[in-house]
Write a protein that binds this ligand. Structure first.
Ligand SMILES: [Zn+2]
Length: 85
């Protein structure tokens, strides 16, 4: 069964975070993520941090896209911060 807005959990959103920010999710799933974000302030905070990070890295001239390894580190940091709060 595909996740829906009602069943999409914070973990699901975290798993598709980068794809969502890159616009790589299919339209339906992206809409579900948006619906979750509207209802979930912690996820909004997390995606906001990830987005700010992407903008900072990708705003650097000659860099198309943050390397996956770097994304994974940021992802881990964001998750860690969630656990502490
Ligand atoms: Zn959430």
């Amino acid at each position: 069964m595909r996740p829906t807005a009602a069943t999409l959990g914070c973990g699901d959103v975290a798993n598709v975070l980068w794809e969502y920010l890159d616009g790589e999710l299919d339209v339906e799933l992206a809409a579900e993520v948006r619906a979750h974000l509207n209802a979930c302030p912690p996820c909004r905070t997390r995606i906001g941090s990830a987005q700010a990070f992407l903008r900072a890295v990708e705003g650097v001239e000659g860099v198309d896209r943050a390397p996956d390894a770097l994304r994974e580190r940021i992802d881990a940091l964001l998750r860690e911060r969630d656990l502490q709060s």
